[in-house]
Design a protein around this ligand. Structure first.
Ligand SMILES: NC(=O)c1ccc[n+]([C@@H]2O[C@H](COP(=O)([O-])OP(=O)(O)OC[C@H]3O[C@@H](n4cnc5c(N)ncnc54)[C@H](O)[C@@H]3O)[C@@H](O)[C@H]2O)c1
Ligand SMILES: [Zn+2]
Length: 350
């Protein structure tokens, strides 16, 4: 299947990976390189990073820059990022900065990267002071998506990507949401490719309408992320995957939307059951009660780069498929909701 969207710089194909024509450099991580090697690709020339978020740093970026210099990369060389969001973000920033910008192709190999990070042009590395603190808007010239590559993905990573997939349904597409609620998607499911395609299309539309996140449209993609990022940060990215944290975040933010009178009182329960169905956590585990206080989470939200002097903003869902940015959500309301969000409360009652 080849689907071709062309608009501005977004050129997204559904196709299996093939080394591009002409001078190119492929950068990946060691896990992904073995997956490709097992599929018969010659990966001997690939530059590889150690897998995981810990590699998305200045030291690994500097190594990639040196390798690009050693391989005489010029402004026509194609830099190809083959991997999950970590590889895509770091290699994208390397491509944005090397020689002030060289052509860059994304080949996303996780569900999260296929539906989210490879589309939209945000590239970055982490600093010890925080995640994604140094980066750029640098859209890839092409994105090549092959859903069959997801069959080797660990279950936990697949579920993590499903959190973002469900997010698209909740914020933008009630029809997609119904389909997700009725289907048990797995990496080998025949309908997965279609679902990925729909998510990519939704992300592309949002990014085209508000590329630099100034109009409140792109901000909708942050549903679950205000609380989710705070959970990730307070637990130092050690406990939850990104998808798991935003899953809990989506439930918290759905409760907040209810309490603000912006959503019907059944919304949070519906959000929660859609996430629980795919095996995602929806509550803060009570084992972390000592370290994950409502106060520490709200403190992290205040410092988030999307907060400003006017307070904490959230992308909230009003009803399935409809959402918007809500400014200055009260800190006491957020704390009240987070104080209730432990997993011993089986039934949330508004
Ligand atoms: N740029 C953006 O807009 C954007 C959006 C969302 C997330 N992100 C970033 O993405 C990163 C998370 O990305 P991720 O969830 O893809 O994590 P990841 O890149 O760390 O990949 C997860 C794990 O899966 C392995 N893997 C990847 N593809 C595989 C395959 N096909 N088979 C087997 N194993 C495979 C990787 O080696 C890694 O161990 C974070 O750094 C986050 O900040 C960026
Ligand atoms: Zn996300």
């Amino acid at each position: 299947m080849i689907v071709h969207h062309r608009n501005g710089s977004y050129n997204i194909h559904f196709q299996a990976f093939e080394a591009p024509q002409g001078h190119h450099v492929i950068v990946s991580d060691t896990n992904v390189a073995s997956v490709f090697q097992n599929r018969g690709y010659d990966t001997a020339d690939w530059i590889t990073l150690p897998p995981g978020e810990a590699s998305k740093n200045l030291q690994e970026l500097a190594k990639v820059w040196s390798q690009l210099a050693a391989r005489r990369v010029n402004r026509k060389t194609k830099i190809v990022a083959v991997g999950g969001g970590v590889v895509g973000d770091l290699v994208g920033y390397a491509a944005a900065s090397f020689l002030r910008g060289v052509p860059f192709i994304q080949v996303p190999t996780t569900l999260l990267a296929q539906v989210d990070s490879s589309v939209g042009g945000k590239v970055a590395i982490d600093l010890p002071e925080g995640k994604n603190l140094v980066g750029a808007f640098y859209p890839p010239s092409e994105v090549w998506i092959d859903p069959t590559i997801l069959t080797t993905l660990p279950d936990r990573e697949f579920r993590s990507g499903m959190a973002e997939v469900l997010k698209y349904g909740w914020i933008l597409d009630a029809v997609l949401l119904t389909k997700l609620n009725e289907t048990d998607l797995t990496p080998a499911h025949p309908e997965l490719a279609q679902v990925i395609e729909r998510c990519v299309d939704l992300k592309r539309q949002v990014v085209e309408a508000d590329e630099f996140e100034t109009l409140g449209i792109r901000a909708k993609l942050n549903f679950g992320h205000t609380v989710g990022h705070a959970i990730e940060q307070v637990t130092q990215y050690q406990v939850f995957t990104h998808g798991e944290a935003i899953s809990i975040g989506m439930v918290a933010e759905a409760i907040i939307a209810e309490k603000l009178g912006l959503a019907q009182s059944s919304l949070a329960q519906q959000v929660e059951s859609s996430l629980a169905k795919v095996g995602l956590p929806t509550r803060l585990p009570s084992s972390l009660k000592g370290s994950l206080s409502a106060e520490s989470l709200v403190h992290a939200m205040r410092l988030d780069k999307k907060a400003d002097n006017a307070g904490i903003h959230m992308a909230l869902v009003f009803q399935p498929g409809e959402s918007g940015l809500v400014h200055s959500v009260s800190e006491s309301l957020i704390k009240e909701v987070l104080t209730q969000l432990w997993n011993e409360f089986e039934h949330y009652s508004p």
